[in-house]
Design a protein around this ligand. Structure first.
Ligand code: DQQ
Length: 483
């Protein structure tokens, strides 16, 4: 363990203008999914998929950090590394944490060995949960149900019900699409297969494509409503994360509504949901890069974690997603603009910076487009447009001119945002170097990556097209580094 610590967590990357300063990420190397989230003895623990040997996916270990405020993180040594000849010899893949009946922190994660994905268990203790001891009889499930032709069998979500433990495992039935297999146990070590918790082949998804496999499932309740969150995968493509609601009867989840959890495609992926000391449902997602593997190798790091988000149902029963209020402690210099009208064709600079929190409120747009130009160079050669299309009622992030670097992704991402008759457009967003994380009207999220090449591409401007825009309020805060 010590060698890994010295060799990896001690190593830091050289200065890189694209590296976020207030989103969690390891000091160097590759990071993907959040794992094993647990609020334990006064600290939030964030484990994560980690490659200690470089900035590409592989040799997957569990990295580890903890925080007492959800904002500032302490790096700890690697918590789990592939065992010499165990079922996780080729990788300690994703998993979740629970505290068992005896009060012992316990993780269920997927071990990889010779292509086989099998559920493994480990336990820990002490104040900082630094060491995890693997169960001697791993894997706890020797093989998936023989009657299913599965394209994958990995990732875990666990809850308690009728005095027992229930576990959902992500899967995909060849030719039929994603699924979650359901298991039951009274000790977290001996599991009985209980059938499919949910699957694509029998659920109505309307126009929503959900891939060949559902990775990293999370099954949980908000008030009395069951929710299933998963990430849609197909060979060679981590597409996006999905949230579904519906009914849970006879241990079967029937979806009635499913939508994207974030419209930044794969830039918010493999989210994990946990419950904290205040009973809040908190969620982190993996913010993948949007540049070439070579650029990632050269940078020496890849991947960042989203800001912690709280999921809640509003009084109308609508799912809301909020950045946790603890993040306000990072606010430094405050810039404001007074309410005023913006005629079409205007581009008006309101603030500047590459590490900002912004809250911009516009009167309900009724026609045309309005919004913000972000990471904008003075001449507009580089800029990322965050705008609302009032006609189609969609939120749009236009990255076509975000960077002069031809290697950086430069497409347009968008998602629906239906506004009530007199509902203002509320854009709450965080810019952190190459990370853009948007929360629109507390319900439409869009997380993305941009890689401007110009050091002066730091302006924030407001714009309107097609008709006047009414700015009701604008606040921007410079955000301090968390390191
Ligand atoms: N990443 C893990 C898997 C999971 C995938 C491997 C999702 O357990 O399915 O690093 O990004």
């Amino acid at each position: 363990m010590g060698t890994h610590l010295d060799q990896t967590l001690g190593r830091r990357v050289t200065f890189d203008s694209h590296r976020p300063s207030y989103h969690f990420l390891p000091p160097a190397n590759w990071m993907n999914d959040p794992n094993g989230l647990i609020d334990w003895q006064g600290r939030y623990h964030l484990y994560y998929q980690y490659n200690p040997f470089g900035a590409r996916w592989g040799n997957i270990h569990w990295g580890h950090a903890s925080s007492d405020d959800l904002v500032h993180w302490t790096h700890h040594p690697i918590a789990l590394e592939p065992s010499a000849d165990g079922p996780d010899a080729n990788g300690c893949w994703s998993g979740c944490a629970v505290v068992d009946a005896a009060g012992v922190p316990t993780i269920l994660y997927t071990g990889l060995r010779n292509g086989l994905q099998r559920p493994c268990l480990a336990t820990s203790g002490g104040a900082l949960l630094l060491e995890w001891e693997r169960y001697a009889a791993n894997p706890v499930i020797p093989e998936p149900p023989q009657e299913l032709d599965l394209v994958g069998f990995r990732d875990h979500t666990i809850w308690q019900e009728d005095g027992d433990w229930f576990m959902g495992i992500g899967a995909g039935v060849r030719g039929a699409g994603g699924a979650v297999l359901l298991y039951r146990s009274n000790d977290l070590r001996h599991w009985e297969y209980e059938g499919l918790l949910a699957s694509a082949e029998t659920e109505y998804f309307g126009a929503l494509w959900t891939g060949a496999m559902w990775e990293c499932p999370n099954f949980f309740w908000l008030h009395d409503r069951p929710f299933l969150v998963f990430s849609a995968w197909e060979e060679g493509r981590t597409a996006y994360s999905v949230v579904a609601t519906g009914s849970y009867v006879d241990r079967r989840f029937t979806m009635e509504q499913a939508s994207r959890l974030d419209y930044g495609d794969h830039h918010f992926y493999a989210p994990q949901v946990m419950t904290d000391r205040h009973g809040r449902r908190l969620m982190w997602g993996w913010i993948q890069e949007g540049r070439s593997l070579e650029a990632q190798d050269a940078a020496g790091w890849s991947g960042a974690m989203s800001l912690p988000r709280q999921l809640l149902l509003n009084p109308a029963g609508v799912l809301e997603i909020h950045p946790v209020p603890e993040l306000r402690s990072l606010r430094e210099k405050h810039h404001q603009a007074v309410a005023h009208s913006v005629p079409p064709g205007t581009v008006e600079v309101l603030a500047g910076g590459a590490h900002l929190e912004i809250e911009a409120v516009f009167a309900r747009p009724r026609a045309g487009m309005c919004g913000l130009s972000l990471r904008r160079s003075p001449d507009g050669e580089e800029e990322t447009l965050l705008m609302y299309d009032a006609g189609d009622q969609i939120l749009v992030l236009d990255r076509r001119r975000a960077s002069r670097d031809p290697e950086a992704t430069a497409d347009i991402q968008s998602g629906p945002l239906m506004l009530a008759e007199d509902e203002p457009l509320r854009l709450h967003l965080f810019i952190d170097a190459s990370v853009v994380e948007v929360f629109a009207n507390d319900r439409t999220c869009l997380t993305s990556r941009v890689y401007p090449t110009r050091s002066d591409a730091t302006r924030v401007a407001m714009f309107a097209e097609g008709t006047d825009a009414q700015l009701l309020s604008f606040d921007a805060w410079e955000i301090a580094s968390i390191w």
